[in-house]
Design a protein. Sequence first.
Length: 411
Amino acid sequence: MESFTAGLISLEEAQHTMLAQLTPITDSLSVPLTEAAGRITAVAVTSPIAVPPFDNSAMDGYAVRLADVSRGEPLPVAGKAFAGAPFSGEWPHGSVVRIMTGAPIPPGCEAVVMQEQTETQGDSIMITAPVRAGQNIRLTGDDIQPGHVVLDAGVRLGAAELPLLASLGITQVAVLRKLRVAIFSTGDELQPVGQPLAAGQIYDTNRFAVSLMLHKLGCEVIDLGIVKDDPAALRVAFEEADRQADVVITTGGVSVGEADFTKNMLEELGAISFWKLAIKPGKPFAFGRLASSWFCGLPGNPVSAAVTFYQLVQPLLAAMTGQKKAALPPRQKVRSASRLKKSPGRLDFQRGILRQNAEGEPEVHTTGMQGSHVFSSFAEANCFIVLERERGNVEPGEWVEVEPFNALLEG
């Protein structure tokens, strides 16, 4: 085991090495709110208005003055106030105003009594509960004051954030430009998805999967296709990718085969920080620097490529856009409902199904075969079962750590 794992670095060391070197991009532009979904805020966004913009009722009920309530007598209804249609008439002393949730508070109102705490007596109402000053009144700016920061820089704009900005009357937002990511695959055996296969060929599913994930992360994808296992062709591809992109991602060509030229090409054109990880699947993952871009070399096996993209490239892309929220969900301890095969030596990311058992307790089941070629395991799974580097086989009932999939791998 020692010889097999010699020179391998841990996932944590790899993540630290990558993130410590990065400088987030700062180029920004202003886009309409309607076109900002998935974009990253370039600067903090402040509110131009108070929320709520006026004192309003938190309940359906009656606007009252405290002096009128203290009499303990039935109070006639002087009028009505609705959201969008405030009470505008004269409000005589000794009376109340019928008011709906969200309606502006009439001048002189000191409290709102919910309708459940009143009794109707003809055209008047009797208040049946104690009343305190300010109850059920939402004051101007209670939620947000003008100039208050509502979103920090580095926030991905989605279904929670965009309606908030719209509610503040914001129509344009400053966002970072999209990260430019160039991708290509290496290998004489690869054929584009949708083309007929010749003898010995396989489909280039890795580049297809990586492109899908990059689009989901809001990147601008520069697809350079399939590059043959030829040093001259690889050099052209690397130089073209480096000219166009912030990040260059390749799949295949970073292991130790005789035709894996990517590592040698990187050593000529840039600098490699590391290229072997103590994880499974995903041992042959390369990270380094080209003249103008960062480089990530994913393994050729489909599951290995997906795992390393998820665990390493995804956080790198988030860091390059200054995103504050962690890219990966926190892990949690649950019991395994399955026997899991594991050899000590590498941190293992097995695909699992996290669900509740009959007693309502969370437990995780294996998806079955865990080979690095079995991509169907991702279609069934909703989490990684993360098995420690020196751990061996796991028996049913043992505690294991699981990492639920985030939106990148969810359906």
